[in-house]
Design a protein around this ligand. Structure first.
Ligand code: 3H9
Length: 698
């Protein structure tokens, strides 16, 4: 009869004749926190000294094997035993240990498995070493054991990309020895017995020699220098893998040394903040409400946004009907969707076999009454309040009870839109970012009367579309565009005062942004900002410093990339500064009597980030964002903010409220209307608190 002994709250040993099984049960993902490490260490030591036991099986309870080290422990004082020590204990155990992997064996989870003496994967398994995405390296022997099992080139691929491998690929490369179907406990028992019977071979990974491959190491370094020049840990990953040709103790010591460098770098803190930000934003007051079922979606508008939203919804398995006013526009819109879906097949986002079925779920009509039985309608027409009101009034009279009506507006007041329907409780904003089938951010804008289950449906939709839903309150521009409109002004002030658009772009790309603000504006279309400025002009306070450089550029019909000219001139893929823009800038400076001065790249970054943080602090204080982390997520997933810096408010914590206030007060000597110290920063400086503490409700 099998007997079970509990080692601690998360580890159990089951003895069955001459084999024993170690079961890891630490929901939700069996992360290797302190208790898991201590429990495995104790269990292995106990079984190593038990003469009746001939082989050991190691497996996870619940939905997965170990998904990695416990990320919540990073940055805190280390708790023994360390994961590298536990892996060494397994490898050096006198009894053969076979690991049975199901779900996801990631990071430290795969490292536990690689230190075992055989690995069995179960159908559906995904494995990977994603540490690099968190700013670290596989520091529990992963950089030494992966090259021993799969060779340097493939180990470099896994470790520097962090990608998840399907089970078949893991088997092909020798990362797992066998692929089986079945329950993890049963397979662990059968595998341990097979080891005893001599039917499953085991071996110590540290005894495998690594074939040197300098060419692969150099190629990996070159790729990193090109693709992720700002990141610290990818280079360290390569250095650690390079050490795998030495005896394992030496390699492990090198790995440890490099791991500590990564762990202590600010990039690690930023990337881990980003990991948790993606998950934290789903924790909203409405999360307890039951989402309404949604399968049929109507999308009004076949322009860039409407087509992107339709594509995204089709890819997520919804039935979508696109509505346009005229047959020609409808044809164009559905054509764009079809092209997007073909692109998705090419990029591996949609299986070839599913393509026809996905296209078949696309409906099209010029008659809005065809949306009568839709569960959700998303309006994505151009930004004009009167047009939107007309559409919502019509829809209100067409759709069934309970249909959710959403606007994709990026600035306009959702309360005003909701008020023209008899169902304001069913109305919300769903603000997608362009291109909507690629960008992951979805602002879920909650109006005064939006019902909790309607908000919950917005979050369920985001999840199904694999997007990051962030709750936002109603104001001009919600979270992202409100902050954007504020800090874009500082770029114009700096240009007026002496910087060039390309210097600003280069400085901010040097900081880590994927693209500088002027390059982004050229890409998005300068006419969008121009229209916004015209809309807001009547509301502009008299004290506001107004820069008209952008207006002068637009008056020439230069709207950026789509017209071949904006801040830059676009010639067959090549972009260079538009010389006419330099003339416009010079003439606007002369008109305003401004004598240009020099800006350093650091000053550009400081002013830009201080402006962004100031408005972000006001957005949090006004309750438009629930917490600072919601602002961070908006910028990480919608505005190309450098992930390794964690987000604008995580970055703000690295500067501190007192220093930010000092900067704002210095800048305010030039423009006291624009540069005002947010109340929240003043309160934080007074009590020494941080945005991180605010995230935790402190
Ligand atoms: C590492 O291993 C370092 C080593 O080399 C050792 C060096 C010495 N820790 O994502 P989900 C939480 S680094 C703690 O929503 P899914 C997550 O926050 C690690 N918590 O589910 C969430 O909590 P909540 C390398 C973790 O099904 C809940 O679990 N490993 C961890 O969409 C559910 O997660 C990785 O980088 C963790 N390791 O996806 C893998 N993982 O419900 C990171 C998850 O309170 N994890 N949580 O919001 C993942 O990629 C995904 O979570 C996974 C599941 C694919 C596993």
């Amino acid at each position: 009869m099998p007997s079970t002994t509990r080692v601690n709250s998360v580890i159990e040993i089951e003895r069955a004749g001459d084999v024993a099984l170690i079961r890891i049960d630490n929901p939700p993902v069996n992360a290797a926190g302190r208790d898991v490490r201590q429990g495995i260490e104790d269990a292995i030591n106990a079984l190593a000294g038990d003469d009746s036991i001939k082989a050991i099986g190691l497996y996870g309870a619940g939905r997965t094997f170990v998904a990695g080290a416990d990320i919540r422990e990073f940055g805190k004082p280390p708790l023994a035993p360390s994961l590298p020590d536990v892996c060494n204990t397994i490898e050096r155990c006198g009894k053969p240990v076979v690991a049975v992997l199901h779900g996801t064996a990631l990071g430290g989870g795969l490292e536990l498995a690689m230190a075992s003496h055989a690995r069995i994967g179960l159908t559906g398994l995904r494995v990977g070493l994603p540490e690099v995405l968190l700013g670290i390296l596989p520091g529990a022997g992963g950089t030494q054991r992966a090259p021993r099992l799969v060779g340097i080139p493939f180990a470099l691929d896994m470790i520097t990309t962090g990608r998840h491998l399907p089970a078949a690929e893991a088997l092909e490369h020798g990362l797992i020895d066998q692929l089986k179907d079945g329950d993890p406990r049963d397979v662990a028992l059968a595998s341990a017995k097979a080891v005893v019977a001599g039917n499953l071979k085991t071996r110590r990974t540290d005894e495998i020699a690594v074939e040197p491959n300098d060419a692969a190491l150099e190629a990996a370094k070159a790729k990193i220098a090109k693709k992720t020049p700002h990141l610290f840990s990818p280079v360290k990953c390569v250095e650690a893998v390079a050490a795998s040709v030495t005896p394992i103790d030496e390699g492990l010591a090198t790995e440890r040394h490099l791991y500590i460098q990564c762990h202590d770098s600010p990039q690690r803190a930023g990337l881990i903040h980003a990991f948790f930000a993606e998950r934290a934003v789903a924790k909203v007051p409405e999360a307890k409400a039951t989402p309404r079922p949604v399968q049929k979606i109507g999308v009004i508008g076949g322009g860039t946004m409407g087509s992107g939203i339709t594509t995204s919804a089709l890819l997520a398995g919804f039935d979508v009907t696109m509505i346009e006013v005229a047959a020609e526009a409808l044809e164009r819109g559905t054509g764009t969707v079809r092209k997007n879906l073909e692109g998705a097949v090419k990029r591996g986002k949609l299986a070839e076999a599913k393509h026809a079925e996905t296209v078949a779920r696309l409906g099209a009509s010029t008659d809005m009454t065809d949306l009568a039985d839709a569960d959700l309608v998303i309006e994505a027409v151009f930004e004009n309040m009167e047009v939107k009101k007309e559409i919502f009034t019509k829809l209100d009279g067409i759709v069934k009870d309970g249909t959710i009506l959403a606007s994709n507006t990026s600035y306009l007041n959702i309360n005003e839109i909701a008020a023209c329907t008899k169902r304001p409780q069913d109305v919300l904003g769903l603000h997608f970012f362009s291109p909507a089938h690629v960008m992951r951010l979805l602002e879920i804008v909650v109006a005064d009367k939006t019902a909790p289950e309607v908000v919950a449906t917005g979050f369920a939709l985001a999840k199904r579309m694999k997007k990051v839903g962030v709750r936002a309150g109603v104001c001009d521009g919600f979270i992202g565009n409100r902050i954007l409109s504020h800090y874009l002004r500082v770029t114009n002030y700096m240009v007026m005062d002496g910087a060039t658009p390309e210097q600003i772009d280069d400085a901010l790309e040097g900081f880590g942004f994927a693209m500088g603000p002027f390059r982004v504006s050229d890409l998005a279309g300068l006419d969008i900002g121009w229209a916004e400025r015209k809309r807001l002009a009547p509301l502009r306070p008299a004290a506001e410093r107004v820069i008209e450089i952008g207006d002068r550029i637009c008056e020439n019909g230069w709207f950026g990339r789509k017209t071949g000219r904006g801040y830059y001139v676009y010639d067959e893929g090549d972009a260079h500064p538009n010389p006419e823009v330099a003339n416009i800038i010079a003439s606007e400076r002369a008109k305003a009597g401004v004598t240009p001065r020099d800006f350093t790249d650091q000053e550009i970054v400081d002013r830009y980030m201080t402006a962004m943080i100031s408005e972000a602090a006001r957005v949090v204080d006004d309750g438009i964002a629930l917490r600072p982390v919601d602002v961070d997520a908006v910028f990480l997933f919608g505005y190309g903010f450098p992930r390794f810096r964690g987000g604008p408010l995580a970055y703000a914590d690295t500067i501190g409220a007192a220093e930010l206030i000092k900067r704002i007060e210095a800048y305010a000597k030039e423009d006291s209307h624009y540069w005002q110290v947010p109340d929240l920063l003043r309160r934080m400086a007074a009590d020494g608190s941080t945005f991180a503490q605010l995230n935790e409700g402190k």
